[in-house]
Design a protein around this ligand. Structure first.
Ligand code: IVH
Length: 674
């Protein structure tokens, strides 16, 4: 083949595969095939440098470092957006639009996620990517062409036809959450400083003078507007333009919808807010844009913000507050956890007044002191955490935090083994904090599931001396409970009934409920299934335990240590004598074969009975792979309440979809009772 022809054909294939992979999220060929084509093209280009073109896929690997970034004047200013913070603000915005247009009749709005990344302007001349710039102050930005060229989802050459001679496309460069997590994990491994959030990571990666560094970072783009255009015309609606951008090979956010009135717009905001943490990338609100470009130009702008668009922001996920005190909490296994008592602050839609500091290593790493001003981050249902100390605001009398020598609850000695980050109270069941935590765990949903036995009740029972160990629960009488705060005869009888009901259980729940360190639900399940009886588990030695699926040396040590304590064996005997029982099944070798091996599941939406983490653990125990994203190779999507884009994608790809009930049935079929 003529060399020029081969180069052309290689580029064509690579561009197509790249587009399918990065823009359509739908790989067409194995990575090895892509790599082979890429290698061949690189070889030819290095022997014949005259054949290299700026839109060649090989040009994405980065180039020699720049001295600095040059300035770019935007043809059209890059605007900012006005904000709405509640439904009323949004309704006012729509009203202002309608008034200004003197009641134009039906009017549509594009509803788009407001991506929390870095705005960019991409210039295409004759369909070839020629320059990228940051927003800067809106008038002038910085030339980041070399860096943006390395982002695989930015087209270097437009697809299709009909594009203007010169066209500026605008969008947001982001780092996905998974890319961010992976990058940070690797950075920590190397001893480098991790990025604080995906937005900073994207910004930091684009600010590199050495584009080879940018090339190594997992950046992505979504395009949402066209700026300057020369010689050519575009659709007259936002909807039409987004469609054109898609056809020309740009990534456009699949969550974009159209709405005709404030009610639909508010519903969109509520829906996206609710699914915010499932999106795979960070957003800080939604943007509404008048769909008609003609109306947009009639509406114009005030100072730097258009009158035809508004951002409806989500509640902030990061706020500042001060540390009023640090106390030490004692957990189920005696772990001593420092907890910061904060000046209450509204963040991510809730008021936060406590944040765990995990352990003393964490306290030292961040150098948190009482009196410090700190930044609190809360995402979704995740426990709020302190992400950073603002050291320059530290008052002179800020107090350092030290580990107490004795347990704050029972006064026993606190020990911190040399190879562990966690310090522990040595009080065992003598420590009321440990007793309370172990009873709460025993009664919890994944364990004995004692309905109505909440944390407050457990605390009272322990404080009143009604129970000292989990076994005492089954000796409780209606009179004992009726004498407690806010407990009438009826609720006392109900609780006794629930305690009675809990006696019918499974070995897995029982084992999990014992609260052996490192024995979570999945490990308990494996132990129960593969060893079959409590007797066998109690008397198993380290070698036998290690034959159990996913049980390694650390778990083994904890299990052996637990059963070597006579008082633990006594508690188990008392529970069994009180009537706690479970169906006895033969330990089955065939289950260890992992019947779901080779199948890939994706979990989406809310699973009300077990939660996604448990569902994942159960599926993995049966050998399945659980993935975060849907593709053609997904075997099954489990869709809970309010499932969103993953469900849509599964439908589009024809991937089988089941609900939570069917998942439970499937698990049961293989002997797993969630
Ligand atoms: S439109 C009207 N659409 O928000 C022109 N901007 O506050 C404004 N942003 O600098 C741009 N997602 O970085 C638009 N879907 C979206 C957006 C979006 C995020 C950012 C953009 C801009 C800032 C404006």
């Amino acid at each position: 083949m003529e060399l020029v022809e081969e180069v052309r054909s290689l580029r064509e294939s690579l561009i197509e595969h790249n587009y399918q992979y990065y823009v359509m999220d739908d790989p067409t060929v194995p990575d090895a095939e892509y790599d082979r084509l890429f290698k061949r093209l690189t070889e030819i280009e290095s022997e014949h440098p005259e054949l290299v073109t700026p839109d060649s896929p090989t040009q994405r690997v980065g180039d020699v470092p720049l001295e600095g970034f040059s300035q770019v004047a935007h043809h059209q200013p890059m605007l900012s957006l006005g904000n709405a913070f509640n439904d009323q603000d949004l309704e006012d915005f729509v009203r202002r639009v309608l008034d200004r247009l003197s009641n134009p009749g039906p009017i549509g709005f594009a509803c788009e996620p407001k991506l929390d990344g870095i705005a960019v302007s991409l210039l295409y001349e004759r369909g070839i990517f020629s320059r990228a710039a940051t927003r800067g102050d809106g008038q002038t930005g910085e030339d980041i062409t070399a860096n943006v060229r390395t982002i695989s989802s930015v087209p270097l050459r437009l697809r299709g036809s009909g594009h203007p001679l010169v066209m500026e496309v605008r969008g947001e460069i982001i780092m996905t959450r998974s890319g961010f997590d992976k990058y940070n994990a690797a950075a920590l491994e190397r001893g480098d400083k991790p990025f604080e959030n995906p937005r900073n990571a994207a910004a930091g990666s684009l600010r590199q003078l050495d584009s080879r560094i940018t090339a190594s970072r997992p950046l992505d783009i979504y395009c949402y507007a066209v700026g300057h255009v020369d010689q050519g015309s575009l659709a007259e609606t936002q909807q039409g333009r987004l469609q054109q951008l898609r056809e020309w090979g740009f990534r456009v956010n699949p969550e974009i919808r159209f709405a005709g009135n404030p009610t639909e717009m508010i519903a969109y905001h509520a829906d996206i807010l609710q699914r915010r943490n499932d999106l795979g990338y960070e957003i800080d609100g939604v943007v509404y844009k008048v769909d008609s470009l003609e109306m947009q130009s009639r509406l114009g702008q005030v100072s730097r913000a258009p009158r035809w668009a508004i951002a409806y922001k989500f509640p902030a996920q990061e706020e500042m507050t001060t540390v009023n005190d640090v106390e030490f909490q004692v957990g189920r296994t005696g772990s001593i956890t420092p907890v910061a008592r904060l000046e209450p602050v509204h963040v991510g839609g809730v008021t936060v007044s406590n944040a765990t500091l995990h352990n003393m290593d964490e306290v030292e790493r961040m150098d948190v002191r009482v009196g410090d001003t700190v930044v609190i981050h809360r995402a979704g249902d995740v426990i709020p955490k302190i992400v950073r100390v603002l050291a320059d605001r530290r008052p002179p009398d800020a107090r350092r935090i030290t580990l107490p020598d004795v347990c704050p609850v029972c006064g026993s000695e606190v020990l911190r083994p040399e190879d562990e980050a966690v310090a522990r109270c040595t009080g065992g069941l003598f420590c009321q904090a440990q007793t309370k935590a172990s009873v709460k765990h025993f009664a919890s949903r994944g364990a004995m599931d004692i309905d109505g036995l909440g944390d407050k009740l457990v605390e009272q029972m322990v404080d009143l001396g009604l129970i000292q160990t989990i076994a005492d629960l089954y000796d409780l009488k209606v009179e004992d409970i009726a004498s407690m705060d806010r407990m009438g005869g009826k609720s006392a009888a109900n609780l006794i009934e629930a305690i009675e009901t809990s006696k019918e259980t499974t070995l897995q729940r029982f084992l999990y409920g014992l609260g052996i360190r490192e024995v979570g639900e999945a490990t308990a399940l494996n132990l129960a299934r593969e060893l079959g009886t409590i007797g066998r588990i109690q008397s198993a030695d380290e070698d036998q335990l290690q034959t159990v699926t996913e049980v390694g040396p650390i778990v083994t040590r904890h299990i052996v240590a637990f059963f070597s304590q006579q008082h633990n064996r006594d508690v188990i005997e008392r529970l069994v004598n009180a009537g706690v029982n479970w169906p006895v099944t033969e330990p089955s070798a065939e289950i260890t074969e992992q019947p779901l091996q080779g199948r890939t599941f994706v979990l989406t939406g809310t699973l009300s009975t077990m939660g996604r983490n448990d569902a994942k653990a159960f599926l993995q125990t049966l050998g399945a792979t659980v993935s975060g994203s849907v593709s053609k190779s997904t075997s099954t999507v489990v869709a809970g309440e309010n499932a969103g884009s993953k469900l849509v994608k599964a439908e589009a790809l024809g991937v089988p979809i089941i609900d939570e009930e069917s998942l439970i049935a499937l698990l049961k079929e293989y002997g797993v009772t969630p």
